[in-house]
Design a protein around this ligand. Sequence first.
Ligand code: SAM
Length: 249
Amino acid sequence: MKQQLKSLIDIFRYKPSDYQFLNKEIERIYKIIPTDFGGGCSRQKGLLMSLLISEMNLKATVDIGVYRGRSLFPQAIAHNSFSNGVVYGVDPYSNEAAIQNDRPDLKKALDNFVDETNFNDIYDFVKNLVKKEEFQDSCKLVREKSIDAAVFFKENNLLFDLIHIDGNHDTSFVLKDVEHYLPLLKEKGFIVLDDISWESVKPAYNILKKQINLVDELINESNDFALFSKGLNRKEQKHTLKIFRQVRK
Ligand SMILES: C[S@@+](CC[C@H](N)C(=O)[O-])C[C@H]1O[C@@H](n2cnc3c(N)ncnc32)[C@H](O)[C@@H]1O
């Protein structure tokens, strides 16, 4: 009887873990932001960034290449519910900036996508969703090219705990993102680099691998990214690996 009563009390005390909460919230927001040709952060990558924010108490993160917000909103959710921090979403939302030349095999499809996309509408969609979700304090949109936004961040002494690089994938742009944003990473911090199996992204991947620590990477039909860390102690490194293992499932 005593045992039954204890089980009943445990049921009423039940509180979902950060993982369960974030997983559910990401599932909810992804129903509003479906994947399409222009963007499609996976549940795993969204969960990884949001769990790093909640469990490591990250206060400032930046999302380079927002598009419809599949990588932005999981971060905003985690800041809003756990760290009380902010994600800066950097994207110029312009047809000219979206042109990519380093994938000859995809060039036609990429050009068609740019020609057919109304980036003003996508910007408005993201801006309105930030408002609707009441994320104004945890999510700031910066409608600029990443290198221009980096100048703004530097001038305002803004450093980041996590940087997600998923803007223009041509080599010169990804290299510039690494060059301008690595100095904006705090002493301890993370970089998530997307599409690491693209030839055009590999030079940036190799530079990061030389300069900071590669935690792990996930490449399968819905994922193609690496997580790097800098300045973590042993305990933090172990915790990071545990988070990565958790999202792999
Ligand atoms: C692959 S999409 C991003 C997908 C998004 N992270 C997601 O998970 O759905 C690339 C985005 O990078 C943006 N972009 C292009 N050039 C950029 C630049 N110089 N700086 C920042 N973003 C850029 C494009 O407008 C586009 O929205």
